[in-house]
Design a protein around this ligand. Sequence first.
Ligand SMILES: Cc1cc2nc3c(=O)[nH]c(=O)nc-3n(C[C@H](O)[C@H](O)[C@H](O)COP(=O)(O)O)c2cc1C
Length: 198
Amino acid sequence: MDFDSLSQLITENRTVRRFIENEPVATETLEKLVGLARFCASGRNAQPLKYVLITSEDTRARVYPLLKWAGYFKDWDGPAEGERPAAYMVQCLDTHYGANCLCDDGLQLEAITLGMCTMGLRGCIIKAFNVPALSEVLGVGERYVPRYVLALGYPAETVRIEDMDGTEDADFKYFRTPDRVHHVPKRPVAELILKDMR
Ligand SMILES: Cc1cc2nc3c(=O)[nH]c(=O)nc-3n(C[C@H](O)[C@H](O)[C@H](O)COP(=O)(O)O)c2cc1C
């Protein structure tokens, strides 16, 4: 893969929160995605993250109400019936290997979501959820602590990147327009480079 292809993939790897709910995602697909997580860098190489794969309608219906969607959208509680995720991957920390996972969680989520993108899938990384209630639904015991829920499916919304103007007070809140497009502002490269010490 060349740089431009990788750049395009990363650019396309946007958060989506509305899905074609009745277009299923096979467990075998989720297993392939876990296969990408397997090769990610890992602090101490402890590899303490494990995944619960959820595709069944019954379990999806129990997981959905435990999640908080798009905090900036005060008048939107999350995707309506028919637009909810077709699958979930719950990333859990296996505390047998320690109480933290450094940045393993983010590295793996990026690898998984990039892999999803190559398959036409999109998703939403969710940190705001009811941890005890989700643990109960998962039934995996206290050893495994849910860290992130990755909601996924085939997308039912378009996402567009908006270039931020580079001023300190530029608005970084994502927003929607009536054409069902979700807009996500991103800072310019120059703003990400704190100092050039060449
Ligand atoms: C660590 C992390 C936690 C997040 N938690 C939530 C969440 O709880 N609910 C939600 O709807 N989106 C959540 N998101 C999605 C972000 O809102 C999204 O990444 C951001 O708006 C930028 O959009 P983009 O992913 O398309 O670049 C989370 C993303 C990250 C990386």
